[in-house]
Design a protein around this ligand. Structure first.
Ligand code: NDP
Ligand code: 8X3
Length: 254
C-alpha cells in the first residue's frame, strides 16, 4: 500500500524541517517554503518520495496555483502541518512597525488560511485527514511587547477550534500544538538577523529543540483513528509561563 501524504509548510528550518525528517519513514512528503535551495538539500537527504513546493504563504494566488500543480498522484493529502510562521519584531504597541504587523498577520494567520483553503476541500471530499496547526504559548498568553505576534497566535488557536467544529462531520482531525521556547531560527527572524540578541533568548536554561516538537507531532499523528489530541502545550522544563523562565542566573525575559 502507498504511504500517506503529508504536506509541511515552513519545512526549510526549525520545527518544520525536523518534522519532515521524522515523518520521512512513514509518509510521502510535500515540503514547502520560500528557500528553494534549502528544500532541495533536505529533499536530497530524505529517504522517502518527496515533492518540494516553493511559495510564499502570503500570496494566495501562488499558494493555490502551486498546490494545484502537484501531480495527480500527490493530490490526496492526508496530513497538513500548518507550521510556516514567525515573529517579526518585539516592540511595545505604540512603537511597533506596521510592516512587522502586516508580516505577522499575513503569514501566521492569512497564510495558514490560504494553505488550508487549498487543501481542506480534498479532505472533506474524501472524508479523512488530519490538520496540525502550530500555534504557540503566545496563542493563550500575552507577554510584554508580544502584542501582534500573540494576537496572530490567538487567531491560530481560534481557527483550530473553528476547524474542529466545522470539519467534525467529515471525520477530519484537528490538532493545535502550542510550544514554548524552541531554539530555531525564530529569534533571528524576530530580531532581523541580530544573532547576538537571538542567542540570548536561549541562554542560561535548556530550551526545547525543534526535534522535541517534531517527536510530539509524530506521536499525535500515530494515534489510532478514533483518537485525536486536540490541544497540546509543550514547554521546556525551565519554562512555567510565557513570562516565567527559570534562568540561572535569572536574566529576566528577553
Ligand atoms: P523558523 O524561523 O526556524 O522556521 C520558520 C519557517 O516558516 C521557515 O521554514 C520559513 O521558511 C517559513 N516561513 C516563514 N515565512 C514564510 C512565508 N512568508 N511563506 C512561506 N514560508 C514561510 O522558526 P520555527 O521553526 O521556530 O517556527 C515554526 C512555527 O513554530 C512558527 O509558526 C512559529 O510561530 C511557531 N513557534 C515557534 C516557537 C519558537 O520558540 N521557536 C514557539 C512556538 C511556536 P522560508 O523562510 O524558507 O520561507
Ligand atoms: C514563540 C514562543 O514565547 O517567543 O511562539 O512567543 S514566544
Amino acid at each position: 500500500m502507498k504511504k500517506p501524504i503529508a504536506l509541511i509548510t515552513g519545512a526549510t528550518s526549525g520545527i518544520g524541517e525536523a518534522t519532515a525528517r521524522l515523518l520521512n519513514d512513514k509518509y510521502r512528503l510535500i515540503i514547502c517554503g520560500r528557500r528553494r535551495e534549502r528544500l532541495k538539500k533536505i529533499q536530497g537527504e530524505l529517504k522517502s518520495e518527496t515533492q518540494l513546493l516553493t511559495f510564499d504563504v502570503r500570496d494566495r494566488y501562488e499558494v493555490f496555483s502551486v498546490i494545484a500543480s502537484l501531480p495527480d498522484e500527490w493530490k490526496e493529502i492526508d496530513v497538513l502541518v500548518n507550521n510556516a510562521g514567525n515573529a517579526h519584531g518585539l516592540d511595545p504597541i505604540h512603537e511597533g512597525s506596521t510592516e512587522d504587523w502586516d508580516a505577522m498577520m499575513d503569514i501566521n494567520v492569512k497564510g495558514l488560511l490560504y494553505v488550508s483553503k487549498a487543501i481542506i476541500p480534498g479532505m472533506t471530499k474524501r472524508e479523512r485527514g488530519h490538520i496540525v496547526n502550530i500555534s504557540s504559548i503566545a496563542g493563550s498568553e500575552v507577554y510584554p511587547n508580544g502584542n501582534v505576534y500573540c494576537a496572530s497566535k490567538h487567531a491560530v488557536d481560534a481557527l483550530s477550534k473553528g476547524m474542529r467544529l466545522d470539519l467534525n462531520k467529515f471525520g477530519i482531525k484537528v490538532t493545535s500544538i502550542a510550544p514554548g521556547l524552541v531554539e530555531t531560527e525564530f529569534s533571528e527572524v524576530r530580531f532581523k538577523g541580530d544573532t547576538e540578541r537571538a542567542k540570548k533568548v536561549y541562554e542560561n536554561y535548556e530550551p526545547l529543540k525543534a526535534v522535541d516538537v517534531a517527536e510530539t507531532i509524530k506521536f499525535i499523528l500515530n494515534r489510532p483513528s478514533h483518537v485525536v489530541i486536540g490541544d497540546l502545550l509543550i514547554l521546556p522544563t525551565a519554562q512555567a509561563s510565557a513570562t516565567l523562565v527559570n534562568k540561572n542566573p535569572n536574566l529576566g525575559f528577553y
